[in-house]
Design a protein around this ligand. Structure first.
Ligand code: NAD
Length: 358
C-alpha cells in the first residue's frame, strides 16, 4: 500500500513511520510542516529508505495537499498532524483552530477529490484514518465508567475542542460524501522522542537535573497511559483492517494518578542513576492547580481489542523503564531543546479540585 501519513515527524507519527518501515512493505509519504514539535531525527533509519519520502508542507495549504495526492496517489491516509499541547492551546488557540480544524478540512477535501477519481476496486479499499484523543470526551469522576466509542463528546480545552471539531468533520465527510473514514481515539501516549514539554519527559529530565517537581493539587488526577510503540502498532492495524464509518477506542488499560507517575519516574531514576543527595521523591512539590484541568481520563479498549486482535504489549512499568532509559541514552537530542526553552518550566500535572473541570 501507499500510505500518506501527516505529522510523521512528530512523537506518534514518527513511531508509526518507524513501525511501518520495520514491520510492513508499505510505501510512506510523510507530510509534515516541521513545527517546533517535529524532529527528523525521530525517523531514525527511515530517512535512509527509499520507501519513505518526507514532504515539508502545511495540511491547511489546499494547493499543496492536492499536489501531494496527485503526485503520490495514496491508497490510505493516516492523519496525525496537529497542534497537540494543551497548555499551548490555552496560551494561543489560533494555531490549533488553523491546523486541527482548517487543516483537517483541507485534507478531507483533497482526499475527497482524490477518492472520486479512483476506480471501483481502489475505492473499495481506500481509507482516511483520523487519529484523535480521548480528551474529546471530557473528564471522568471517581467511579465513572471509562470512555468507549459511544461516549458523548464534551471537550473542555481549546486543544480538545479543535480535535472534537476535526472528528465531527471526518464523520460528516463519511456520511455526506461517502469518504471511507475511520476515527481512533486514544489515551495519553509516552515513549521515546516525546517533546520535553510533555509530562513524562519533563518530570524525568527535571528529576535527572535535580530540579523541583511541582505537582498540581494533591496529585490524584488520573490518566490512562499507552506506550507509543504499542499505539503505533494498533494504528497500523486500524488503517489496514478498520471498517469505514467506525470508531476505535485504543487504550493500554494502565490508569495511574499523576503522583504515581512522578513517583515511578523518581524510583526508576534512583535505581539507574542514584543521586548522592538522596531519593528524588524529595524534589516533589504540591502547587496550586491551573483552572479547568480535567480530573480523569480512561479508555475501555475492549471493542478495539476484539476487533483488531490486539492488546497493548507493555504495562506502564515496563514502558516507562524503556522510556527513561531512552532519555538517558539520548541526551544530545533533548539537551539542546531544554537549553533553548524548557528548563524550569512548571509541570502540567494535577488540579487541586476533583470532579469535572469548570
Ligand atoms: P506532536 O505535536 O508530537 O506532532 C505533531 C506533528 O504534526 C509535528 O511533526 C508537526 O510538525 C506536525 N504538524 C503540525 N501542524 C501541521 C500542519 N499544519 N501541517 C503539517 N504538519 C503539521 O503530536 P503527537 O503527540 O505525535 O500527536 C499526533 C496525533 O495524535 C495528534 O493528532 C494528537 O491529537 C493525537 N493524540 C496524541 C496523544 C498523545 O498523548 N501525544 C494522545 C491521543 C491522541
Amino acid at each position: 500500500m501507499k500510505l500518506l501519513l501527516t505529522g510523521g515527524c512528530g512523537f506518534i507519527g514518527s513511531a508509526v513511520v518507524r513501525h511501518l518501515l520495520r514491520h510492513t512493505d508499505h510505501v510512506v509519504v510523510n507530510v509534515d510542516k516541521m513545527t517546533y514539535a517535529a524532529s527528523e531525527d525521530a525517523l531514525e533509519a527511515a530517512t535512509q529508505q527509499s520507501r519513505h519520502t518526507l514532504v515539508k508542507a502545511d495540511i491547511a495549504d489546499a494547493q499543496a495537499m492536492h499536489h501531494v495526492f496527485e503526485t503520490f496517489d495514496p491508497d490510505v491516509v493516516m492523519h496525525l498532524a496537529a497542534e497537540s499541547h494543551v497548555d499551548r492551546s490555552i496560551d494561543g488557540p489560533s494555531d490549533f483552530v488553523q491546523t486541527n480544524v482548517v487543516g483537517t478540512f483541507t485534507l478531507l477535501e483533497a482526499a475527497r477529490w482524490h477518492y472520486q477519481g479512483l476506480n471501483d476496486e481502489r475505492r473499495g479499499t481506500f481509507r482516511f484514518h483520523h487519529i484523535s484523543t480521548d480528551e474529546v470526551f471530557g473528564a471522568l469522576d471517581h467511579g465513572d465508567p471509562p470512555f468507549t466509542e459511544t461516549t458523548p463528546y464534551d471537550p473542555r480545552s481549546p486543544y480538545s475542542a479543535t480535535k472534537a471539531a476535526s472528528d465531527h468533520l471526518v464523520r460528516a465527510w463519511h456520511h455526506t460524501y461517502g469518504l471511507p473514514t475511520i476515527v481512533s481515539n486514544t489515551c495519553n501516549n509516552y515513549g521515546p522522542w516525546q517533546f520535553p514539554e510533555k509530562l513524562i519527559p519533563l518530570v524525568t529530565l527535571n528529576a535527572l537535573e535535580g530540579k523541583e517537581l511541582p505537582v498540581y493539587g494533591d496529585g490524584s488526577n488520573m490518566r490512562d497511559w499507552l506506550f507509543v510503540e504499542d499505539h503505533a502498532e494498533a494504528l497500523v492495524r486500524v488503517a489496514e483492517h478498520g471498517k469505514p464509518g467506525e470508531t476505535y477506542a485504543i487504550g493500554g488499560r494502565q490508569p495511574r494518578t499523576n503522583l504515581d507517575v512522578v513517583k515511578a519516574i523518581c524510583a526508576h531514576l534512583d535505581k539507574r542513576v542514584p543521586d548522592a543527595a538522596g531519593p528524588r521523591e524529595r524534589l516533589i512539590r504540591f502547587v496550586t492547580d491551573r483552572p479547568g484541568h480535567d480530573f480523569r481520563y480512561e479508555i475501555d479498549p475492549s471493542r478495539t481489542e476484539a476487533a483488531l486482535s490486539w492488546t497493548a504489549p507493555h504495562d506502564f512499568e515496563s514502558g516507562l523503564a524503556k522510556t527513561i532509559d531512552w532519555y538517558l541514552a539520548n541526551r544530545t537530542w533533548w539537551e539542546k531543546l531544554r537549553a533553548a526553552r524548557y528548563a524550569g518550566q512548571r509541570l502540567g500535572i494535577a488540579p487541586a479540585a476533583k470532579g469535572k473541570a469548570a
